[in-house]
Design a protein around this ligand. Structure first.
Ligand code: B12
Length: 472
């Protein structure tokens, strides 16, 4: 994917395996000039006992581009299979959303759903000894040809000491304009559409703030000056967000490193905003979803319109850039609710606002249940997809209500009415132009405009880079 995002899961995994005295080689296919040649060279000279593949994105979650990456993963598994007899295990956030289906589709020997650190070590050990696969947390495996799934690997308490030295973080920083870092895992919110609980669990698993600060210092030592937090929402719970900021402030990290984060709109208040700014936060992307009371209830958000206004004001007062991400086209959305959301966001005046169209429907979410209650999937006119055959939420499937009319993206664009703070939905008819300079959406995949800006020195969250580009 372009720009390149560092596979930070592998940084954590390698540390954990090395601590367990397992030798680890890391072949980063994203940074190879020719991945096929690198794979052949590697397996000609090495005979590993286990091969792991990190798979982050199943699809691009963006309508109408709706790119699906599973066939590429299957091809990769097949290629590796022809180069080594070692078992192949797949893991990663995207993988964890669809673990069983992916193992089945790709023919990989194993998968790990959830955190990989302890589970990979445990799988490795079982492979060398008694092969008790039912004892490996998160493992998806086969028994007499049928797929078995152990309980997801969501260890608690969460301890991830790492010096972040397995992947080439500096190159990712230069090519991706930022590096990732987590302060916790899991999310206990119930937003109907979200797949994060499937991959990370519904319990908040907090890291010790001093461990997080140590990790930031390791990245700084590598030359990284800017990170994007990889928490689903940094401010849940508020107490942990504050504790992390306090540790950063105690070590004066805010003077050296800048960071961006995703946040829920509540809880947020003056004390948290001030601490975040002092700790180095320069930008927040809020999960706004809507500014229509009715749609916020449908999405099961805990905030309302006035909270959105407060969030923008607090950011302004503290010199933090602010983006409100909307999610237009959920169940019950009408031209009126879309207009209400767009008008309100215009009024409260964030630096940017995302206005994508369509809700990616993931299996085993409340959204999937809502859709199923609407009647037979094949006949549901609110489901949009690019693939043929039966409706299958494994493949990119989007909810866009008929009530938005025959050209819903156009409707939204008309309401945005050229306001350059908004990232607009991609329109079917200009899909081909979407990767070209001048596109007005915020699909961060295959984004040559972004990649070009980063190669010329732009740094930051992608919305902030795109916003600056547009305003220059
Ligand atoms: C932060 C983030 C971003 C940031 C990245 C910043 C950065 N520098 O890292 C930004 C904003 C750039 C971003 C962009 C996009 N993102 Co994003 N992002 C995330 C987020 C919140 C965190 C990902 C992360 O790094 N986690 C931390 C690492 C440590 O966890 P991990 O990768 O899961 O690794 C662990 C396990 O999975 C496992 N594991 C990992 N690898 C391996 C390998 C093996 C062998 C094993 C056994 C285990 C294993 O062990 C690891 C440690 O426990 C996730 C949602 C989430 N909560 O995870 C979405 C998420 C990954 N993003 C998603 C999407 C769709 C995108 C975009 C495509 C959106 C778009 N169209 O623009 C772009 C792609 C950009 C690009 N060019 O690649 C989706 C993918 C869903 C899907 N359908 O595939 C997610 C899941 C969000 C969601 N629920 O929709 N994203």
């Amino acid at each position: 994917m372009v720009p390149a995002i560092g596979p930070i899961g592998l940084d954590y995994l390698a540390t954990s395996a090395r601590r367990a005295n397992i030798d680890v080689d890391l072949l980063d296919l994203c940074l190879c000039d020719d991945p096929d040649v690198s794979l052949r060279d590697y397996f000609t000279n090495h005979s590993p006992r286990l091969v792991g593949l990190s798979f982050r994105n199943v699809d691009d979650c963006f309508w109408p581009s709706a790119k699906w990456f599973i066939p590429d993963l299957a091809e990769m598994v097949h290629k590796i299979r022809n180069l080594t007899d070692a078992p192949i295990v797949v893991g990663g956030v995207g993988f964890s959303i669809f673990a069983e289906r992916i193992v089945e589709y790709t023919g990989a020997d194993f998968g790990i759903r959830g955190d990989g650190e302890q589970a990979t070590v445990s799988l490795y050990n079982e492979l060398q000894t008694s092969r008790r696969f039912n004892s490996v947390d998160g493992l998806v495996w086969r028994l007499n040809g049928t797929i078995q799934s152990n309980h997801p690997a969501w260890p608690m308490p969460l301890s991830l000491p790492t010096s972040r030295d397995a992947i080439d973080n500096l190159t990712y920083f230069k090519r991706g304009g930022q590096c990732g870092l987590e302060t916790k895992r899991g999310c206990n919110r119930q937003c109907v559409y979200c797949a994060d609980p499937l991959a990370k669990g519904t319990e908040l698993r907090l890291r010790d703030p001093s461990e997080v600060a140590d990790e930031v210092e390791s990245l700084i030592a590598q030359g990284v000056e800017l990170v994007h937090l990889c928490d689903s929402e940094f401010n849940i719970p508020r107490s942990h967000a504050l504790a992390v900021c306090e540790e950063f402030i105690r070590r004066s990290l805010g003077d050296i490193i800048k960071w961006y984060t995703y946040m829920a709109v509540v809880p947020f208040d003056a004390e948290l905003a001030r601490s975040m700014r002092e700790a180095g936060c320069v930008g927040i992307d809020f999960t706004g979803d809507s500014a229509s009371h009715q749609m916020l209830k449908t999405y099961r958000q805990l905030h309302d319109k006035e909270d959105l206004a407060l969030a923008v004001r607090l950011c302004r007062e503290n010199g933090i850039k602010v983006m409100i991400d909307l999610l237009l086209g959920g169940p019950g959305e009408t031209p009126e609710t879309v207009a209400e959301a767009i008008e309100f966001v215009k009024q409260i005046g964030p630096d940017c606002a995302g206005a994508p169209l369509g809700v990616r429907v993931y299996p085993d979410t409340e959204m999937a249940r809502i859709v199923e209650l609407e009647g037979p999937l094949e006949d549901n006119p609110n489901l949009q997809r690019k693939y043929t055959g039966p409706v299958d939420f494994f493949k990119p499937t989007f909810y866009i209500p008929q009530a938005l009319g025959p050209r819903p993206a156009r409707l939204i664009k008309d309401l945005i009415d050229g306001d350059r703070r908004f990232f607009e939905p991609m329109e079917e008819i200009v899909e081909e132009a979407a990767t070209n300079v001048g596109s007005t959406d915020h699909n961060y995949n295959d984004n040559t405009q972004l990649a070009e800006a980063i190669s010329q020195g732009a740094r930051g969250a992608y919305w902030d880079i795109l916003h600056k580009l547009r305003n220059d």
